[in-house]
Design a protein around this ligand. Structure first.
Ligand code: KG4
Ligand code: ZN
Length: 340
């Protein structure tokens, strides 16, 4: 019989993924389940909060049963319930929080609310022997956030935001560009795929100031005018030209992300740079980081399945916070905004 140590269940419903995971001692995956509503969102060209929250409700219970079946443990074995309570879509967050509170009451177990943005930085610590070293610079690149952090320890007070986007997030820019180009949703993966066949021959200007902030909204306007002045529409563009446009647009975003993260790494003299969030699944971003870091830093990415929203990172970070004395109670609320 395996000796059970600290067992935490993570619950994540901040956007269009419903996910549960049971993690042992903040790092070892015992079970992991995820159900995505991306198929429904694709029909509407984006996330519709009411639709995805109803989908969470439909899949939640069967997914929870599967999670315990895979783990081979009963709910009574749990030591902690960790749930994403911010940031995200309020109707979606409420579904996860209500189920977490029900479990906390029914099982009489402690409850902790986790900020899912910071949890993205925890993803490379899961199931990994070669974990990032603290302190590190963390880059979050997702559909709603593009931020740089200095993480000195896992206590919330030791996590400092050093930069953020002033307008659109990197993933948002990719999603909007894909929409303009008639490529569907989500934009990141489809632009990545098209870009693989193209060449970054067009220059789309992107904010490159000396600070650690980002700005991507001008990029979308630049693309709009580029299409207009070159008389390019969904019907007239050749697949070769579309691939070149995608490669150029992707390059403009990834170039500035890598550049600023490396500058932050140098300024704060860290050994490791951690990259998390949906856009961290992008292979071009991963290559560019590895080339530009020139072995000055170790660049730590999550496993591909932990790049997107998932409950394993929530369980892991929730455990770390709990071990440092952070705890919530049944008054825990949801918020569309991050603490940071
Ligand atoms: O972290 P995430 O799953 O959800 C949010 O919290 O936003 O990130 C979703 C974002 C979307 O904008 C999507 O287009 C982008 O991540 N994304 C990618 C890739 N996979 C997902 N962007 C670039 N390349 C990818 N392979
Ligand atoms: Zn996310």
């Amino acid at each position: 019989m395996v000796k059970l140590k600290m067992l935490t269940i993570g619950i994540e419903t901040s956007c269009d993924e419903t996910s549960f995971s049971i993690v042992r001692d903040a790092k070892e995956l015992i079970s992991y389940k995820v159900a995505s509503s991306a198929d429904v969102c694709a029909k509407y060209g984006g996330v519709v909060p009411e639709i995805v929250s109803r989908r969470h409700l439909q899949v939640l219970y069967p997914l929870l049963v599967e999670t315990f079946d895979e783990a081979g443990i009963s709910p009574q074995h749990l030591d902690l319930i960790a749930v994403t309570n911010r940031p995200g879509l309020v109707p979606s967050l409420l579904v996860g929080l209500a189920s977490a509170k029900a479990m906390a009451i029914g099982l009489n177990k402690p409850l902790i609310g986790v900020d899912h943005i910071i949890a993205h930085l925890y993803a490379p610590f899961l199931n990994n022997v070669d974990v990032p070293r603290l302190p590190f610079v963390g880059l979050i690149v997702s559909g709603g956030h593009t931020e740089l952090f200095l993480v000195s320890d896992w206590h919330p007070r030791a996590i400092k935001r050093i930069g953020r986007t002033r307008d659109d997030a990197a993933g948002e820019a990719l999603d909007k560009a894909a929409k303009l180009l008639g490529l569907g949703y989500p934009g990141g993966p489809v632009i990545e795929k098209m870009a693989q066949k193209g060449e970054a021959k067009y220059r789309f200007p992107c904010y490159k100031g000396d600070d650690f902030d980002f700005s991507f909204s001008g990029l979308k306007t630049a693309l709009l005018y580029f299409l207009k002045y070159n008389n390019i529409s969904g019907d007239s563009v050749s697949s070769g030209q579309l691939s070149d446009i995608c490669a150029s647009f992707q390059y403009a975003i990834m170039d500035v992300l890598v550049d600023k993260a490396i500058k932050a790494g140098l300024k704060y003299s860290v050994k490791d740079i951690v990259v998390g969030g949906g856009v961290s699944a992008n292979r071009f971003l991963r290559q560019l980081f590895n080339i530009r870091s020139e072995n000055r830093f170790r660049i730590c990415f999550p496993e591909m399945r932990f790049s997107v929203d998932n409950a394993a990172m929530i369980a892991g970070l929730g455990t770390q916070w709990f071990l440092r004395g952070v705890l919530d109670d049944l008054n825990l609320q949801v918020s569309s905004k991050s603490y940071w």
